[in-house]
Design a protein. Structure first.
Length: 162
């Protein structure tokens, strides 16, 4: 299965790009990075402006999803959000195995900006939460890539998970 991480914001710091690159290497080309430019907002902006920005970012995310799978066939969309379900590494591995058995060839994980993701986008996805805590998208991207690698190791019976 191919794993796609779509995230709003750039990862300019070398330590984040190096950490992500390590899991790209370990997953042998099955992990793909898709950054989305965030909508610039003024400080102390209104909820209406935030909602409009999230919808604009959601449109860019939908475009990325169409490039990953033009028909949507074989694509699982997962929004990382606080209200999503929390899974153990073993449960995530079982979920991936189930998706593969169901013919899913691509899993696209979506990480929002500091304001999150649009409600419309979240409602079109399965919702997953990494934690009740909040992480910057750069860190979430690395943690998620490690968990994808760990889940694959669990499925393969590799020692990495121990």
């Amino acid at each position: 299965m191919n794993y796609h991480i779509i995230h709003v914001g750039d990862s300019k710091e070398k330590y984040w790009t190096d950490a992500f690159a390590e899991y790209e290497k370990r997953l042998g080309g099955a992990l793909h990075d898709h950054p989305i430019k965030p909508v610039k907002l003024p400080e102390n902006c209104s909820e209406a402006l935030i909602t409009a920005a999230l919808e604009k970012e959601a449109e860019a995310i939908r475009e990325k999803l169409k490039k990953i799978s033009p028909t949507g066939s074989g694509l699982k969309k997962i929004a990382l959000c606080i209200e999503g379900k929390q899974l153990s590494s073993e449960e995530l591995s079982k979920k991936f195995d189930g998706w593969k058995n169901d013919g899913i060839t691509d899993a696209a994980f979506v990480i929002g900006s500091s304001f999150g993701l649009s409600e419309n986008l979240k409602n079109a996805c399965e919702k997953l939460s990494m934690s009740k805590m909040t992480f910057p998208h750069q860190m979430a991207r690395v943690i998620l890539s490690e968990q994808i690698y760990r889940a694959e190791c669990i499925s393969a019976g590799a020692k990495y998970h121990k």
